[in-house]
Design a binder for this molecule. Structure first.
Ligand code: NAD
Length: 320
């Protein structure tokens, strides 16, 4: 079995390539990535081929996908703030990019798993978020993810392509980049805490998220690929936990063994106040899945950050 991972040099993608490459059922793993936010070094020591190129390059995509039995489509311009900076670039990479991946997969009949996002629930205040709730995107990024999952469903309905769309909720863990303006909250907090710098909290910190460890996400994605799981509707990939940023900071302090400095700034545009998944559909499709608890995943994440070069927040100098 040959698996193509678009965005395979990114945070989730590289963790997935490592997991797939370790799977006896998988013969070959190919990562297709334009390295816009991903890093070649994320795949160091992983038995996967990296093809540097864009999913918007139809010929390149066709060549790479021509031998794939399954495609896990993770390539995207991630992050809400990036989409506010340049909505059209987000649309092209995420919406048009997904369309191109599905087109290339269609000729091969490959199983396609795509990454949508909890951001599609947006302004809908109902908790927990079950997949049948009305979506109310609050940012161009959220719209582009709605297009991603809708195209996957439409290609299944129109052409019989086997597809599955996951709605990821805040995924965190090793390889997630910090040290840039659009960093996600867990790497931003861990990086700042280890440097002794203030943790920047948008708003009062009572906003809450359903944090999901990347190791759990890659287990589910691998299982989906190996069992060729499909669904006409998107499936939340989170477990119904809800942690406020205030509680996340307390846990971080507990694990580091000291207090951290916190700086409050204004709320961020496009951010939703609370996010918590209904896990019913995920459990129905993946009854075996056992999520890694936040305390365990956070400890592993802190451990990885301690190995980074402090000058760049990238792999480099190894410290105790
Ligand atoms: P990431 O930025 O680390 O990974 C995205 C990868 O896609 C990068 O390696 C980037 O270089 C690559 N890429 C971007 N545009 C490309 C293009 N045109 N052609 C080829 N490669 C391209 O981010 P991530 O957190 O690993 O996100 C992976 C996927 O999961 C994305 O689709 C994202 O929208 C989705 N997602 C992530 C989260 C999360 O919490 N991390 C939450 C919801 C959804």
């Amino acid at each position: 079995m040959k698996v193509i991972v678009t965005g395979g040099a990114g945070f989730i993608g590289a963790n997935l390539c490592r997991r797939l490459a370790a799977s006896p059922e998988v013969d070959a793993v190919v990562a297709l990535d334009d390295l816009s936010t991903g890093f070649e070094s994320n795949l160091a020591g992983v038995d996967a081929e990296l093809v540097v190129g864009s999913i918007l390059d139809a010929d390149r995509l066709q060549t790479v996908l021509s031998e794939g039995d399954a495609v896990v489509h993770l390539a995207a311009r991630p992050s809400v703030p990036r989409s506010l900076q340049d909505p059209v670039a987000t649309h092209e990479a995420n919406s048009t990019g997904t369309l191109r991946v599905l087109e290339a997969a269609r000729t091969r009949g490959a199983h396609v798993v795509v990454a949508s996002s909890s951001s599609v629930y947006g302004g809908n205040p109902v908790l927990p978020k079950s997949e049948d709730l009305a979506s109310r995107p609050l940012s161009p990024y959220a719209v582009s993810k709605l297009a991603t999952e809708a195209y996957a469903g439409a290609y299944a309905a129109s052409f019989g392509l086997p597809t599955l769309a996951f709605r990821f909720f805040n995924v965190y863990g090793p390889l997630q980049a910090a040290g840039h303006a659009y960093a996600a909250v867990v790497p931003a907090f861990v990086d700042a805490a280890l440097r002794g710098e203030p943790l920047v909290v948008h708003g009062d910190g009572t906003q809450s998220r359903d944090f999901t460890f990347v190791g759990t996400v890659t287990e589910v994605l691998t299982d989906a690929v190996l069992r060729r799981v499909t669904s006409p509707d998107p499936v939340n990939l989170a477990f119904g936990t809800r942690t406020s940023l205030v509680d996340l900071i307390s846990l971080l302090e507990e694990q580091l063994g000291h207090a951290v400095k916190v700086e409050h700034v204004g709320p961020r545009k496009g951010d939703v106040p609370h996010s918590q998944a209904s896990e019913a559909s995920l459990r129905a499709h993946f009854p075996e899945v056992a999520p890694v608890p936040l305390a365990v995943g956070l400890a592993e994440t802190i451990g990885w950050f301690r190995t980074l070069d402090p000058a760049t927040s990238r792999p480099g100098r190894h410290e105790a």
